[in-house]
Design a binder for this molecule. Structure first.
Ligand code: SF4
Length: 362
C-alpha cells in the first residue's frame, strides 16, 4: 500500500486479515526481531504530573524493595551498575518523574550532594555509565531545549512517549487533567526538538487511556510526518494500559486484543521498515505470535537485573522463551544496542564519545 493512499478512513476500514497480508508483504525480506539487554535506573519517583493511570509517581504507595525514591543514592547506583555489568547489559534506561526538581525535597537532596541542577546530576550519572561501557538512554519527561542538547552528548538515544494527542484527555475528568506536561503541543514540540538536535529517538502511544481509534491512527500519522521532517525516530512503542492495584482509573471501554493488534498492524503499514514497531512483551504475554504477524520488529528492553517499574506486576519474559516463539514464526531474535545501527553511521546522530564506547562494547 502506498503512503499517499493511506487515508484515515481507509486504514480504519482494514480488517485484521487484510492488514496481516500487507504486513507479510512488507516483511518478506525482513525476518529479524530485536531486543535490548538493559537495566533501569529509577532516579526519582517525584513527578510534577499526576496522570490518572500512573503507578510510578511519588503519590502512589510502592510495594517494591526501593519504596519511593527522592533521588537514587550513590550506593544503590553503584550496586546496580555492578549487577548490570555482570549480566552483560548494554543499555541503561534512565527514568524518573517529570521535573522532580520542582519539589523542595529533591532540590535539597541535589544541593546536599553538590549538584546545582537535576541535569547536572544526570550528566554525572551518564558519564559514570559510559566509563563502565553502559550506554545511557534517558526518558525523564519534558526538559527544555538547552538541557536536551547537553544530554545528547552523553546519551546513545533518548525518548519521550507522545502518548496521545487526544485533547479531551487533558480536560476535566481526563487522565491528563492534572498533568501539565502531557499537553499534546508540548510533547510534539519536544519530539521536534529532538529531531532538530539529531537525537536517535524513541516515542510511542499509550493505548487504552481514553483515546479512540481515530486518535490512535492520527497520532501514528503525525509521528511519521515528524520523522519525515527530521529522520530521527528509530522506534515506536505501542504500550497497552494494564489494570493496576491502587489505581483508580478503569477505562470505560477497555481495548480488546484485536484493537491492540489492529493498532500494531496499522503502525507497521504507516512506518514500513523505516521505524521499528515495538511492543513490551510483558504486557502482551500469550499474544506474541499474533503481534509478530501484525509486524512488530522489536521487544524493547528486557532486563535480567531490574523490573518494569511502570508495570511492576508484569515480569519480563525469558529471552529463550521469545527466541523460540520468533523461530516458530520464521524470525530470528537478535540483541541490539539502544542506538540502532543506521543511526551510529548517520551524520550528526552519534557523538565520537558514544561511538568509541560502542566500538569497545562490540
Ligand atoms: S508523567 Fe509519568 S511518572 Fe509522572 S504522573 Fe504521569 S505517568 Fe506518572
Amino acid at each position: 500500500m502506498k503512503k499517499s493512499s493511506q487515508s484515515l478512513e481507509k486504514l480504519k476500514s482494514l480488517s485484521l486479515r487484510k492488514i496481516r497480508q500487507e504486513v507479510n508483504n512488507i516483511n518478506k525480506d525482513n525476518k529479524t526481531i530485536t531486543y535490548s539487554k538493559n537495566f533501569t535506573i529509577s532516579l526519582s519517583n517525584y513527578c510534577r504530573n499526576n496522570c490518572g493511570y500512573c503507578f510510578y509517581n511519588h503519590r502512589v504507595p510502592k510495594d517494591n524493595d526501593n519504596g519511593i525514591i527522592v533521588l537514587i543514592s550513590n550506593s544503590d547506583l553503584d550496586s546496580l551498575i555492578i549487577k548490570a555489568k555482570n549480566s552483560d547489559c548494554k543499555e541503561a534506561l534512565l527514568m524518573s518523574g517529570e521535573k522532580p526538581d520542582s519539589f523542595e525535597i529533591v532540590r535539597n537532596e541535589l544541593k546536599k550532594r553538590g549538584f546545582n541542577s537535576y541535569i547536572e546530576f544526570l550528566i554525572e550519572i551518564s558519564n559514570n555509565l559510559l566509563d563502565n561501557r553502559l550506554l545511557p538512554h534517558t526518558n525523564i519527561g519534558l526538559i527544555d531545549f538547552k538541557d536536551l542538547k547537553e544530554l545528547k552528548t552523553v546519551n546513545a538515544s533518548m525518548g519521550l512517549m507522545l502518548e496521545s494527542t487526544c485533547e479531551k484527555l487533558s480536560m476535566q475528568g481526563g487522565v491528563h487533567e492534572f498533568s501539565p506536561g502531557k499537553l499534546p503541543k508540548k510533547r510534539i514540540q519536544f519530539i521536534q526538538n529532538a529531531g532538530k538536535l539529531k537525537i536517535p529517538f524513541t516515542t510511542g502511544l499509550l493505548l487504552g487511556i481514553g483515546e479512540d481509534e481515530t486518535d490512535r491512527i492520527n497520532d501514528l500519522l503525525l509521528i511519521y510526518k515528524i520523522h519525515k521532517q527530521y529522520g530521527h525516530i528509530q522506534e515506536i512503542i505501542l504500550q497497552n494500559y494494564t489494570e493496576k492495584q491502587n489505581i483508580k482509573y478503569h477505562p470505560i471501554n477497555p481495548l480488546s486484543i484485536d484493537d491492540i493488534l489492529k493498532t500494531i498492524g496499522i503502525a507497521k503499514l504507516i512506518m514500513g521498515n523505516e521505524i521499528a514497531i515495538q511492543v513490551p512483551p510483558n504486557l502482551l504475554k500469550g499474544y506474541e505470535k499474533e503481534a509478530i504477524s501484525m509486524g512488530i520488529s522489536d521487544f524493547g528492553g528486557i532486563s535480567p537485573v531490574t523490573i518494569d517499574y511502570i508495570n511492576p506486576h508484569h515480569p519480563w519474559p525469558q529471552v529463550e522463551y521469545l527466541t523460540k516463539i520468533c523461530k516458530k514464526e520464521g524470525y530470528e531474535l537478535k540483541e541490539r544496542l539502544p542506538i540502532y545501527e543506521k543511526f551510529i553511521k548517520k551524520d550528526g546522530f552519534c557523538s565520537e564519545k558514544i561511538r568509541s564506547i560502542i566500538k569497545k562494547i562490540i
